[in-house]
Design a protein around this ligand. Structure first.
Ligand SMILES: Nc1nc2c(ncn2[C@@H]2O[C@H](COP(=O)(O)OP(=O)(O)O)[C@@H](O)[C@H]2O)c(=O)[nH]1
Ligand SMILES: [Mg+2]
Length: 323
């Protein structure tokens, strides 16, 4: 495993072979940013952004255990059967994937593990519970540069201060389960609002139809518009039932985005959202590092404490610049 001493030239070698389609290099680059976020900008500046617009990003979110990874597995099977390459980032180390083998065929399972068209990677959650970190977004940029046809991001919930799954995805799928039952009102306040496609999974459990109806009755969400009404779909993901309709809904949403010029517009908006979030993160980390420096300035602190130095001048000295 490489560490923070990884040089520009080592990174360049990895990027060159990644861009030639080498999956080991792709994997190593993602490990690098996952373990040492100071490599993020070194890597991102060297990526090929020409390919980036090609990838279509699908975000899937919902409570833990709702069946997100199972749904992703089914989607992988559908997407690869149409000769698409798929890269998956799961922001949840506990995610289990069968590499698109959910349809049951053992021989196909080993095909998928070796399948150069499928790449699956779990990343640790950072900061806010379930939030998407800048590292996740950097990983998605690397996958785009690799040139996957589809990129799927799986994440639980939504952190408030960090990037949201909707900030990275062209189509957002929100997954609920019948157990949500009476909590629909609570969910409505947050999760449902961000979905372009709403799924009620575990159709085999009682109450599934009831929750579909209650979501439909609640009417338009903030994602509704004159060109898109989020469909509410019932699935049974451990048998891949209903996932064909999810795929059709994704393609319909994609077509609607393109036809209304919203795909380009929204991607441009999202670039700026990310830009602002990174600025915020950089400022926050600068403030934290200043805090750490001043802890070590015992001499300065005792001078301020004793009154030998006034707090204002002391603070400016601790920070290293004036305002
Ligand atoms: N009964 C039932 N169980 C399901 C269904 N879909 C997924 N599961 C199971 O629910 C559990 C959690 O699924 P998982 O995909 O890991 O959920 P995630 O945490 O949202 O990614 C697993 O044991 C799945 O096999 C379904 O349609 N019906
Ligand atoms: Mg999962």
């Amino acid at each position: 495993m490489m560490n923070e001493t990884t040089s520009h030239s080592e990174i360049s070698v990895l990027i060159t072979s990644m861009l030639e389609g080498d999956r080991r290099s792709l994997s190593k680059l993602i490990s690098l940013i996952d373990h040492d976020h100071t490599t993020v900008s070194k890597i991102l500046t060297q990526l090929n952004t020409d390919k980036a617009e090609h990838s279509y990003c699908i975000g899937i979110t919902g409570p833990p255990g709702a069946g997100k990874s199972t749904i992703v597995d089914c989607l992988i099977s559908i997407l690869t059967s149409q000769n698409n390459s798929v890269g998956v980032i799961a922001v949840d180390p506990s995610s289990n994937f069968t590499y698109g083998a959910i349809l049951g065929d053992r021989i196909r399972m080993s095909d998928h593990v070796m399948d150069p068209n499928v790449f699956i990677r779990s990343m640790a959650t950072r900061g806010d519970k379930g939030g998407i970190s800048n590292v996740t977004s950097a990983a998605v940029r690397i996958l785009k540069s690799f040139g996957f046809d589809y990129i799927i991001i799986e994440s639980v919930g939504a952190g408030q201060t960090q990037l949201q799954i909707a900030d990275l995805s062209d189509t957002v799928i929100v997954t609920l389960v019948p157990e949500a039952g009476d909590n629909v009102q609570i969910l409505k306040a947050g999760l449902l609002e961000i979905g372009d496609i709403l799924i009620v999974n575990k159709a085999d459990r009682t109450g599934a139809n009831r929750i579909v109806n209650s979501i439909k009755e609640d009417g338009p969400t903030t994602r509704s518009s004159n060109w898109w009404e989020p469909p509410v779909l019932l699935t049974e993901a451990n048998r891949c039932k209903g996932i064909d309709d999810v795929y059709i809904a994704i393609e319909n949403h994609r077509k609607a985005l393109v036809d209304t010029d919203n795909l380009v517009k929204k991607r441009r908006e999202r670039n700026l959202i990310e830009f602002n979030k990174v600025i915020q993160e950089l400022i926050d980390s600068k403030i934290r590092s200043i805090g750490n420096i001043s802890e070590h300035e015992d001499d300065l602190i005792s001078k301020v404490e004793s009154g030998e130095l006034d707090p204002y001048s002391g603070a400016i000295q601790a920070i290293g610049y004036t305002i």
